[in-house]
Design a protein around this ligand. Structure first.
Ligand code: KG4
Ligand code: ZN
Length: 341
């Protein structure tokens, strides 16, 4: 098949979203995402339930992705899937499905690293987003990761900073839980923060050397702060929820921006991209736009649809791996913990 008519089916199933996307070269023709609302009542993702929901969703989601793209499965050039990291039971559903389908169609299988895909989501051809030139810095912020990555080309990435404990999305979710918000709390904290005063309360920032992060201290600081205030006024949270969200979010954004500024200074690279679920956050998006105006950075913010877990980001990596004939062995196994390099 010539390199100008590659069709790739991509599958993402690392956590609690079942997603399938069809690509024509670097252009997404569909990006279907089925969320699993079942976890909301448990206040977090229940792995066992997530794998079952993936198994239920995967066939209709893939079917819909092909239909929306107006492509028959016989036209596919390859199938890309998330190998890891993530919940093993969830990964196995997408991985086994991808293997079986690739085997049945006798086409190559392409394995994709979930966090690499969040970074490369900037290369999805979409009129609503711009693409960075290499090298650039990527801040990957999600429910499981917080990293600063130096990206030299599509497949050469070096992690130059990471969290020593909780991921930033986890901090949002745990703090939101303390405020009685649903799961995942990140987007709700963000929404309430926009109605609150970010200067109402002060939470101290952790002192971590170099480009690494820490969020567990902030989580504990919020917990003790709430306990103290609730002793004085049992209705403290109800009266101040928006201000607490705004102050917490400002602290998190300041922590992220301080480290990014240091990374720009140390590497001399001022092209900065964000990726992962927390890159949907309005605070970090605004801070990056401001940095573009005031610090001369080139900021790259993915389209909202490509921030949260989705198969389009798997498809773009699939396309670039296809060009290099970087195919997986059918003996490949899904990996809950999977190093980027
Ligand atoms: O990348 P993602 O969809 O899944 C993982 O790979 O973890 O990220 C999910 C995380 C959750 O912690 C969620 O609360 C957070 O991203 N998140 C947000 C926002 N939207 C999603 N956090 C803060 N503000 C948001 N707007
Ligand atoms: Zn993710």
């Amino acid at each position: 098949m010539s390199n100008n008519s590659i069709y790739i089916l991509a599958i993402e199933s690392s956590c609690d979203d079942t997603s399938a996307s069809v690509f024509h070269n670097d252009v997404p023709l569909s990006n279907v995402i089925a969320n699993q609302s079942i976890h909301e009542s448990y206040g977090g993702v229940v792995p066992e339930l997530a794998s079952r929901a993936h198994q239920k969703n995967i066939v209709p989601v893939v079917d819909q992705a092909l239909k929306q793209a107006n492509i028959s499965k016989e036209q596919l050039s390859a199938i890309a899937f998330t190998k890891g990291p993530g919940l093993l039971g969830s990964l196995l559903v997408g991985g086994s499905f991808a293997k079986s389908m690739a085997m049945a169609l006798d086409i190559p299988l392409i394995e994709v690293h979930h966090m690499q895909a969040h970074i490369l989501s900037h290369f999805i051809k979409d009129p609503a987003q711009k693409t960075p030139e290499f090298p650039f810095l990527a801040l990957t912020i999600s429910g499981g990761h917080t990293q600063i990555v130096k990206v030299t080309n599509f497949f050469e990435m070096e992690i130059i900073g990471k969290t020593l404990d909780d991921a930033v999305g986890e901090a949002f979710d745990k703090c939101g839980k303390m405020l009685g918000l649903g799961y995942p709390a990140g987007p709700i904290v963000d929404k309430l923060a926009q109605e609150g005063n970010p200067k109402a309360f002060t939470f101290s920032k952790p002192k971590v050397k170099g480009l690494d992060f820490s969020f567990s201290g902030l989580k504990t600081a919020v917990l003790y702060f709430l306990q103290r205030e609730k002793q004085k006024d049992p209705n403290f949270v109800d009266k101040n929820r928006n201000d607490i969200c705004a102050s917490f979010q400002k602290t998190v954004v300041d922590i992220l921006m301080d480290k990014l500024k240091l990374a720009v200074k140390e590497t001399g690279i001022n092209r900065v991209a964000i990726g992962g679920g927390v890159s949907a956050n309005s605070g970090i998006r605004q801070a990056l736009l401001k940095a573009e105006q005031h610090l001369g950075w080139e900021s790259y913010i993915p389209k909202f649809e490509y921030c949260l877990d989705n198969a389009a980001m798997i498809g773009i990596v699939g396309y670039h791996k296809y060009l290099e004939h970087n195919f997986a062995d059918f003996k490949t196994v899904s990996k809950a913990r999977y190093q980027m390099q």
